[in-house]
Design a protein around this ligand. Structure first.
Ligand code: KIV
Length: 275
């Protein structure tokens, strides 16, 4: 293949099928969260493979303690904003808590609303065997699903803590079983959150679909981080798995202080900055 053809290939829209091909050829998948037009434009332009409109928007955008309060309408709003920006990345929208756990019909109605109104490419759902019927029903409507196992923040009130999951054999076995169930149902990928690296690597090697980890070690097929965390916008959150690539909190505070100072001292606006 010529360099030109390769470049064209890289520019092509990422699809669920392309993620599978990436796993097959051993190319790692990069994924970050995005909730708004401006940051999605930047991340897509940088070449990210997958953008997750995560329900972590509940925490980082709305200031809630958990992901539970975010609504279907709010997820659609964030999804729509991201979709307007994206040219290349695959866009996954989280199904919010309470919109798919009740029954399969309610689940498919919620899923269809997100797809119709946000124009997202696919959806992500937390859980294994217990949400099987909802997953099946949504897949049968032609909507691709990414699974999510391990630490599933929508179940925080059941877990009671955000510590590493599946360290004990029984929970690890259930996770492996759930991963196979999700693959057999037809999910196109799986997120594994905060579980031992060895267990995550085992799941990734047993499944044919891509497994994307957050706090799940390097033996999986790709990595996801919350954009606000990796850019250092959030404060007071530093789990072992989080690598910070910037300290934007510092950068923004400094810029903001300079602006305040310039306004107060009448330095801004100067003669050239007015009409
Ligand atoms: O909502 C989110 O940001 C997520 C990631 C942590 C995977 O689900």
């Amino acid at each position: 293949m010529s360099t030109y053809a390769q470049q064209k290939d890289e520019d092509r829209k990422v699809t669920t099928h392309r993620l599978l091909e990436m796993k097959q050829r051993g190319e790692k998948i990069s994924m970050l969260t995005a909730y708004d037009y401006t940051s999605a434009t930047i991340l897509d332009g940088a070449g990210i493979d997958v953008l997750l409109v995560g329900d972590s928007a509940s925490n980082v955008m709305a200031g809630n303690i958990t992901t539970l309060p975010i609504t279907l309408d709010q997820m659609i709003y964030h999804g729509k904003s991201v979709m307007k920006a994206v040219k290349r990345a695959l866009v996954v929208v989280d199904m919010p808590f309470g919109t798919y756990q009740g029954n399969a019909l309610e689940a498919v109605a919620s899923a269809i609303r997100i797809m119709k109104e946000s124009h997202a490419d696919c959806l992500k759902m937390e859980g294994g065997a217990e949400i099987k019927e909802s997953v099946r029903r949504i897949l049968s409507a032609g909507i691709p699903i990414m699974g999510h196992l391990g630490l599933t923040p929508q179940s925080i009130n059941k877990f009671g803590t955000y510590t590493v999951r599946a360290k004990e054999e029984a929970e690890a076995n259930k996770l492996i079983e759930d991963a196979h169930i999700l693959e057999e149902l037809g999910c196109f990928a799986l997120v594994l959150e905060k579980i031992p690296a060895k267990l995550a690597a085992q799941v990734a090697s047993e499944l044919t679909i891509p497994v994307i980890g957050i706090g799940a070690g390097g033996g999986v097929d790709g990595q996801v981080l919350v954009m606000h965390d990796m850019l250092g916008l959030t404060q007071g959150f530093s789990p072992r798995f989080l690598r910070r690539y910037a300290n934007l909190q510092e950068v923004i505070t400094k810029a903001c202080k300079e602006y305040i100072n310039d306004v107060k001292s009448r330095d801004f606006p100067n003669d050239k900055e007015q009409y």
